[in-house]
Design a protein around this ligand. Sequence first.
Ligand code: ZN
Length: 339
Amino acid sequence: MSAGAARRGAARVAAVVTMAAAMCATVHQRLDAGTLQPTDATPTRSTAPRLAGGAGAGPTGSTGTGLAGSTAPRPTPSATPSATPSSVPSATPSATPSSSAGATPSPTPSSGAGAAVVARVEAGREKPVNRPAGQPVDCRRVKCVALTFDDGPGPYTDTLLRHLAAHQAPATFFVVGQNVAAYPSVLRRTAAAGHEIGNHTWSHQDLTKLSAAAVRTELARTDEAVRAAVGFVPALVRPPYGAFDNTLRVRIKRPLVLWSVDTLDWLHRDSARVARVAIRSARPGGIILFHDIHPTTVKAIPRVLKALSRKGYTFVTVSQLFDGRPPRLVYEGDAPHQG
Ligand SMILES: [Zn+2]
């Protein structure tokens, strides 16, 4: 399979689907504040922006025609509770449940160097690193699917890592910087297990509503936290709520990664339902959106792994899905697979 074919495939999927999205700044706050107990006690975000008709209803078909916006108005920033501080609270080490290392990043970065990190990345002086995950996979020939987990790390991430390990399934984690600062050792274990790490901003705000400087800070602080925890800077960015515009596309020099299947797991805290949607909606080349901050989601994953394995899927990271070179805008799902 030629590189040209791969590129054509990539181009085909570089369509945009901004479905429901709607994440969870509230949860972030609670996690960071250490108030989120390891039960499913987190109240549903009542501020959820529109539930797009298509969201969760599965992939947007195999034609590669992005249904962008056909049913799903851009999520509104009102999903971000007013509690969302612009002054981001510093990490709360005491929130770290499972690591003896606490929230002390091992390689201590020069603090406040985040902007410099991004500047180096964007100037090409510091290369973002994709953690290699297992063997190379030719997703043009193999039925690949990428499971992605947003908004962590959190108290349930370690359990998820065990589930993934049991199936030798690499995944991609789009992490929120302030949670990385609170759970650095969880992120270390995630990276050490071969999963890919992406930047999901520091405080999960709608980037389209922020100034250029604020966008930069959101990304930079997260880059810095990730680098402090695992030693590399994420190569991928997933904008909160899937919200972006042309300005951001130009401004952010890394691939913006969306998804083809939204399980709406943050809304339906129902493991059976989450599993059912994921299994039913998976398509070759797809990217499935989950949130590992919900125990109901983590509980659904063994079933997802089992069922999709049975259907012949190979689990890959987002970068693996694109042979290591994701397009600048990802995605729509059906792509590199042929046949
Ligand atoms: Zn999110």
